[in-house]
Design a protein around this ligand. Structure first.
Ligand code: FAD
Ligand code: NAP
Length: 353
């Protein structure tokens, strides 16, 4: 195979500034890719040296448990394109390149008079990472707006368009965490957005913050969510974190009723699983707090004192120390409630399981 020259490749690149937990780690090789056409060259270069590839966006949902022994590829594709929606006169299709910043996209859509992303304001990271865990907040998930994803597959070196159904989006979940885990690069996504403001205000905390008039105004809803989020969540720029560290637990309704007998105040939100069976979503923050972990600190790692779902890094910590604390929390919650909490961020590096 002919070797490829990668002009922008860097060696021994520090990753601490590139992950919002500010965990110390080094990439053996690092390359920022600005155009999709560069992907085959990067892949050929890594394959020729038998090096694993890690695709990185904003680093806001990863735990770097150690150094990356291969190539870290940061996605830098830019661009937005609005076209008419062939299926509905009052909506448009918006194609956005994967390297665009998600929060800036939300702001831009509102300035264009395009509605539907307002509840997903202030979520850090890139557009290309949004389908990976089907980002969601305040009653809206990406799956409510997503039409399709452009996916460059390492397996066949080709880009294909995947429909939203093919992405198998679920609660903080998608095919990109299972069958297509680390299997390629999302290069762009297409969203369907409305031309009329019609916000979702089902979350009680959101509804309570709005007048009836504001509740019909997407910009007012977006502003209210920014205010709520800023009052509750630590800003990674000041206190490094990766947002929610554990997924909320979705358990069978019968198990929830049993738990309620022992824990009368246990919060739960009723739903159904894929087979239509009744389930209840139990906030992981409540479980972590009841297990006695809220505000606890071990070395440089702590559970945030206002938001028990967020693990924070005060400095001097490591991915290993963070994962040790997460494992201790999981073990205590399981012992107390019989619920196994799942990590939300993806773990990479030498100690990854
Ligand atoms: P990264 O952390 O860089 O990557 C995450 C995963 O996606 C990795 O597996 C990576 O390999 C993969 N990946 C990234 N880009 C691509 C690509 N183009 N192609 C293929 N794979 C890719 N999440 C929510 O759902 N709701 C919230 O409200 C929310 N709030 C948050 C608040 C804070 C303060 C923080 C720090 C995080 C929050 N998150 C939230 C989590 C995080 O912001 C999202 O998961 C976001 O989509 C991650 O984007 P990223 O670009 O930083 O991804
Ligand atoms: P919260 O309002 O304190 O509520 C705690 C949990 O209860 C939330 O995680 C939410 O689940 C669930 N919940 C609350 N009201 C609900 C309702 N009416 N119906 C169904 N579920 C309900 O939550 P928070 O921690 O401050 O976060 C607010 C929103 O921002 C949530 O949607 C959360 O997911 C999102 N957020 C996510 C991250 C992340 O990193 N993933 C970080 C910060 C905030 P859901 O999570 O399913 O919505």
């Amino acid at each position: 195979m002919q070797d490829v020259h990668l002009p922008d490749l860097r060696e021994q690149e520090p990753l601490q500034p590139l992950n919002t937990l500010a965990l110390p780690a080094t990439a053996r090789y690092f390359v920022r890719v600005e155009r999709c056409e560069q992907l085959p060259a990067v892949q050929r270069w890594a394959v020729a040296r038998d090096l694993p590839l890690l695709v990185l966006g904003g680093g806001s949902n990863v735990v770097l448990a150690g150094d990356w022994p291969g190539v870290v590829l940061q996605v830098g594709f830019r661009g937005r394109r609005v076209t008419a929606d062939p299926d509905a006169a009052d909506s448009v299709l918006l194609e956005v390149a994967a390297g665009e910043n998600w929060h800036e996209l939300v702001q831009w859509t509102l300035r264009q008079g395009l509605y539907g992303l307002e509840n997903l304001t202030l979520i850090p990271g890139t557009v290309g990472a949004a389908p990976i865990q089907n980002i969601g907040a305040y009653g809206v998930e990406l799956s409510d707006r997503l039409v399709s994803v452009r996916f460059w597959s390492w397996a066949d070196g080709r880009e294909r368009i995947m429909t939203v159904a093919e992405c198998e989006l679920g609660y903080r979940d998608s095919i990109f965490k299972h069958a297509l885990r680390d299997a390629g690069v999302i290069t762009a996504i297409t969203l369907r957005l409305g031309r009329t403001s019609c916000p979702v205000v089902t979350y009680p905390v959101l509804r309570d913050a709005l007048t009836a008039e504001q509740a019909r105004d997407a910009r007012a809803v977006e502003h209210a969510i920014q205010v709520i989020r800023q009052s509750k969540l630590p800003d990674p720029a000041h206190l490094p974190n990766a947002g929610s560290f554990f997924k909320n637990a979705v358990i069978p309704a019968a198990q929830f009723h049993e738990l309620s007998r022992h824990w009368p105040g246990i919060p739960g939100y009723v739903g159904t699983d894929a087979a239509g069976n009744p389930t209840v979503k139990v906030p992981a923050a409540w479980l972590v707090e009841k297990a006695g972990w809220k505000g606890r600190r071990v070395g440089g790692i702590a559970v945030h004192d206002r938001q028990a779902l967020v693990l924070v890094h005060h400095g001097g910590g490591s991915g290993r120390a963070l994962l040790d604390m997460a494992a201790a929390i999981q073990s205590d919650v399981e012992q107390q409630f019989g619920i196994v909490l799942e990590l939300e961020p993806r773990v990479y590096g030498s100690f990854a399981s």
